[in-house]
Design a protein around this ligand. Structure first.
Ligand code: EPZ
Length: 417
């Protein structure tokens, strides 16, 4: 069951509801560590990465139940260990998000270094520097981060680079630190804001989230609470591209439109008709071939790197030439060679993909290499002539909830085998 076969040429038409955001629920689950008593997290996407995070917390000793909606009730009092083992961290680098909360509440943590992943080196030096600035004693040896501190001390922390999980790790830790913390050059991604919303509901004192300066007044105690996870803006963007690449139309309910300005702008530039209500977005491509759009990824609110691979697929069949510049990760074009096997005309120069649109892609056997690359190959398969088999499709299950079921509801022909 690690491959899917797509019969291309179907037009995507219909309505779906956006799932909860992977990149919000993962830091929020890690943040349950700093709250006493039970938290109930709802609108949780049913994803492999969420299962991995649940397993990580459970092996620490968290009391955790998952209901049939995938919603989670969790209590992290009296954790029997504060370790995030290599076996778990190597499968999901977001496990690093346990570091700050564990040190903040339990005074110690032993977290495996995540190591690199397919899209880049993915260092965590800024996570470590931030916690050291707050007084944590940190040694890195034997492939693990060993951290200890009786109680973290708030401080002014200037992030050398904008890092989403780096900001999140320090933000969570600061909520239980002594005194005030100021995080400068903080990430302003919507998922950071959703995390802050949960922390504030637990009793944390935070202002400035969603800006590059986040102020936290540390507290003695935080308390578990209920939180509904924000919608997944990358899932929404991916399904909008599915309709655009097949000339179809789609309505996505429970959409977070304010978080998608840069993606919407590029879809409109590609020739899509886009309309929105307070919590939904409708895209109609009216059967047209997309126009080429130039993309440059950058931190929010600029064009998100997590949508780069999907737009490589869209540009691959566009009526003209385009280029896509990836500025965040050093190796996030692995989908390109696979797209070229389907007849795309893309070549890489440094951190740029130079794309000459072709009229039609041809179905072919291809192999997924990472989460968003696998989405790109599925999108290309939808538009291609003939059958595309995507091997190693397990990557896609890390970030998309039942993607073939949702796409088949919208008119595609996808079989998992
Ligand atoms: C988060 O990763 C997301 N993951 C990624 O989504 C997303 O692509 C990325 O942010 C950028 O938006 C989660 O939120 C779980 P970074 P993160 O730290 O936090 C450098 C997906 O497909 N850096 O913002 O790990 C780093 O090398 C995933 O859903 C350091 O140098 O990314 C990169 O060049 C992929 N030192 C840049 O910062 C550090 O300590 C941005 O990385 C940390 C990061």
């Amino acid at each position: 069951m690690n491959q899917i076969t797509i019969t291309g040429g179907q037009t995507i038409n219909g309505t779906i509801k956006a799932s909860g955001a992977k990149n919000a629920v993962l830091p929020i689950l890690a943040a349950t560590i700093v709250g006493q008593g039970e938290s109930h997290i709802s609108h949780v996407p049913h994803l492999h990465d969420v299962t991995t995070m649940n397993e990580l917390l459970a092996q620490m000793g968290a009391q955790l139940t998952v209901d049939h909606h995938a919603d989670i009730t969790i209590c992290t009092d009296n954790l029997k260990n504060q370790t995030a083992p290599y076996e778990t961290v190597k499968t999901m680098r977001a496990s690093i998000l346990a570091l700050g909360p564990l040190v903040a509440r339990y005074g110690r943590a032993k977290v495996s270094l995540p190591g690199g992943c397919q899209i880049g080196a993915r260092p965590v030096d800024l996570h470590i520097k931030g916690l050291q600035a707050m007084g944590a004693k940190i040694d890195v040896h034997d492939g693990y981060i060993h951290a200890a501190c009786d109680r973290l001390q708030g401080d002014r922390i200037v992030m050398e680079k904008v890092t989403v999980t780096g900001t999140e790790n320090i933000l969570i830790a600061a909520t239980l630190a002594k005194g005030e913390t100021l995080i400068e050059n903080a990430a302003i991604e919507p998922e950071v804001v959703d995390l802050a919303k949960y922390l504030k509901a637990m009793g944390a004192e935070i202002t400035g989230e969603g800006t590059s300066k986040i102020y936290i007044q540390g507290k003695e105690q935080l308390y578990g609470t209920h939180h509904a996870v924000m919608p997944d803006r990358i899932e929404i963007g991916t399904f909008l591209v599915a309709a655009a690449i097949t000339g179809g139309s789609i309505t996505i309910n429970n959409s977070c439109n304010d978080d998608l300005d840069a993606v919407f702008a590029k879809l409109i530039e590609a020739g899509a008709n886009l309309t929105t209500t307070a919590d939904s977005v409708t895209l109609n491509m009216n059967g047209k071939r997309p126009l080429p759009v130039d993309i440059r990824t950058a931190p929010h609110p600029a064009f998100p790197t997590d949508m780069q691979a999907q737009f490589c697929a869209l540009n691959a069949i566009a009526d003209g030439a385009s280029h896509i510049t990836e500025t965040l990760f050093e190796n996030r074009f692995m989908h390109v060679e696979e797209l070229n096997r389907m007849g795309a005309n893309i070549h890489i120069e440094g951190n740029q993909a130079m794309i000459k649109g072709v009229k039609k892609l041809s179905g072919a056997p291809v192999t997924a290499t990472d989460l968003r690359a696998s989405a790109s190959l599925v999108l290309a398969g939808l538009a291609a002539q003939g059958e595309t088999t995507v091997h190693d499709i397990h990557y896609i299950d890390r970030g998309y909830e039942a993607i073939e079921e949702k796409l088949n509801q919208l008119g595609s022909k996808i079989i998992r085998s």
